[in-house]
Each structure stands twice: as C-alpha cells, then as structure tokens.
Design a binder for this molecule. Sequence first.
Ligand code: ATP
Ligand code: MG
Length: 462
Amino acid sequence: MDSNGVDEQMKLVEGAGGYVLEDVPHLSDYILDLPTYPNPLQSNAAYSVVRQYFVDEDDTVPQKIVVHKDSPRGTHFRRAGPRQKVCFKSADVRACIVTCGGLCPGLNTVIREIVCGLHFMYGVKEVTGVNCGFRGFYSRNTVTLTPKSVSDIHKRGGTMLGTSRGGHDTLKIVDNIEDREINQVYIIGGDGTQKGASAIYKEIRRRGLKVAVAGIPKTIDNDIPVIDKSFGFDTAVEEAQRAINAAHVEATSVENGIGLVKLMGRYSGFIAMYATLASRDVDCCLIPESPFYLEGKGGLYEFIAKRLTENGHMVIVVAEGAGQDLLAESIDQQDASGNKLLKDVGLWMSLKIKEHFAKESKMDITLKYIDPTYMIRAIPANASDNVYSTLLAQSAVHGAMAGYTGFTAGLVNGRQTYIPFNRITERQNKVVITDRMWARMLSSTNQPSFMNPPKGTTSVTE
Ligand code: ATP
Ligand code: MG
C-alpha cells in the first residue's frame, strides 16, 4: 500500500529469461470484479481482419533493448491494442475527455480519434467533453461529442475543448465523475496533467469506483520520459524551420547580420536540436542541458565574431530554458500550475550581443530576434503527427475498454504500449549531451562545445 491507501501499481512476476514488471493493473484485478464480454470488434464485419490482431494479455514491450546476456529483461510495458474480451458493454460506457496544460499540435486529432474510436470500433454513443481543463469538471458546462461534431477538428490548431493551468482539485473532480456516472476518463496533457491524472486514478481506486482512467501524453518539448517521442513534436520542428528560414534571410540581407530564434524547450532542448539539424542554416544551438558562456576564449562572443568574419552572417537558435542562470535578476514567480516562470533568454541575449559589439565599436552588427513560440503551438498537426495522434487515441480506447486503468498510452521502442502514470511522471526526458545526437548536432554547426570556460567566467548550468 502507498500513502494514498492504494496498492502499488507494479508487482514482479517471473518471466522467461529474467523478470517482467507487471506495470499496468487490470481493473478486474484491482478495483472490481467486472464481468467480461467478447470484444465487439470480433463480430464487426468491417473489422474481421482485426481478429488475428487481438493483443495477448501477456504481450509486452521492453523499455530498452538489453544486450547483455546475463542482464534481466528490464522493464516491460503491456503492449497496447484490442483484447479478445472487454470489460464494458458498449451501451454502458459513459466516457469523458479533458485537455490540460499548454497548446500542442495534434490535441484536436486525439480528441477526434477517441470519439470516433469509441463510436465506430466499440459502438459507444455517450462521450462528453470537459471544457477548460481540470477545473472544467466542477466549474464549467460539458459538451456532447459525436463523430459529426468532431469530424474536421483535426484541421484546426488548439483544442476544441479549451484548456487551463491550475485548478486541479482531486476530490471535486472525482465527485463530479461519480455524480455524472462516468466510467471512462481520457486525460490529455503534459507532465503536470499526468500527475493530476494519477491523483484522480488513486482517488477513484480509493473509492472503489468502476472507472477506467487513461492518459495521453502531450508535450511539444518532448520532455516526457519512456516514450519514443510525443505528438506535436514533429510538427513543431517542421514549423520552426519557417522561423529559422526567416532569420537566415534577415541575416544574409545585411552586413554582419545575426538572426536569433527562440524555440520551445523549458528543460529539454529537443526542438532546438532537431530544428537545427533539419535546417543546416543554424550556426549555433543553445539548449538548457548544455552549459555555455559569453565572454572569453571559446565563449559565444568569440564564436559570433569568428563566424561573422568568415561568413558575414549567422543564425543562432536558443531554447527557452537555456542560459537561465546567466540572466541577471531572477523572477521568483510561478504559473497557476506551479511551474517556474522563465525569463526571456532570447530578448536578453539579443541585448547582450548588441551591447557587446557596440562596445568600443568592435563590429557593426544587425541583429533580428524572432520568437515563433505561439505561432508554432497553435498550428494543426502535420501528417506524421496526425497518424501518431490517431494511434495513441485508439490505443487508449482499446485499453480502457479492456478494463485497464491508471495508464498512459505511448510509443515505446516503436510499439504502442500502456505505461503506468508513475513511470512517466517520475523524471523528465532530456537531451544527453554526451550522446551521439548532440555530437552530430555539434559537428553539423561546428560550434564550440563551451566545455572549458575560462577561470572566473560564469557558465550556464541547467
Ligand atoms: P505543459 O507543461 O506541456 O503545457 P502540463 O500538463 O505539464 O503541460 P501544467 O499546467 O503544468 O501543464 O498542468 C496541467 C494541469 O495539471 C493543471 O490543471 C494543474 O493543476 C495539474 N497539475 C500539475 N501538477 C500537478 C500535480 N502534481 N498534481 C495534481 N495536478 C497537477
Ligand atoms: Mg509541464
């Protein structure tokens, strides 16, 4: 039992060649003795081909490929997909969907595909949308979702349900779920949202309610661990190219032109790193995980002067969380969800660089600063994110119908899986600067690694 009076989610069972972590509890194991029914997909002519594709209860996916012959099999997650048996009769399902946290391309696609998946695959008619995030459970009206009402929402950015930060009140939310007799809750959001989903799941378990809680991880920054990548990330990298292109055009159009682009990434620099690798126009990429410094030998100012002398222009990409420790005065403020508010590193850098080169007329530079954050967050998902969002939504639907609960749907090692909430909320996914990808990025830009700051120089740390 944990401090919430809930059995631990994981139990070890013996498995061939080592052990398997039973990561996802089954509703009937833990909450209720639910009767099971044949999966309606079995009798649906349109899906007859799916029959061979029912996923076995014991089918798991390893988190990491373990190469050493003596090592245990490592962490496995249940493979996602339709099961032979489901725990809910279609007519009994009362599902609801909520979106929380910041905007991300693909949110509407996930909503659409949960509604359509429930409706077309499982014949579920009652799906409700909760408006404006967690607080919508107790302070807002709900909206009825049908395949018709969501048919073309994937072509629009944002979330048709609205979203918010803060306002997570577990007891009030679960009271509302109970009052409305909801038995499937789909929660789409980032790390904070998944923590909120976990709290809801635990309270539901404590009350012994027959409710499946399924999460779909949303983070444009790709900062959620375990999963291969998050939906919206590809779209963000693609859209960032437009900002980088604009910065490049500005920089090449004047003498000693510098284009500075700030991209999303509070604690993880994946968008900046991939956008840099994709673009080839970027001369320097700065991310929260990699310390850097401005002054002295090997510093940013020296590199800028070198590139401008060589090429006459340059483009710098900086992730929003980079360089926070270098910024002079700190703002000790949080948003409604308790996330630390960051200072605008892009604005700060543009002032510092201008100031530095103006000093003693070192070099006549022209710097243009572009912050495309809200332009990127608000666009609809691209093709690959639309496909990915669809698979995540369908996995979540299959899992909830089969009676799984307390899980997040996610891609692990290229396979759709069910991951317990605690696994994806316990840490953040970060760029490992000793890994190949960062090395590839460094060789692509040929920028300094900023590894050896001169004595007395402040270098930025995470
Ligand atoms: P992103 O940061 O990618 O925009 P997020 O889901 O992390 O998405 P937050 O604003 O941090 O966004 O959180 C979303 C919701 O989750 C908010 O309503 C917040 O109250 C709730 N939440 C955050 N952290 C927790 C927590 N530890 N326990 C319960 N609820 C939480
Ligand atoms: Mg977050």
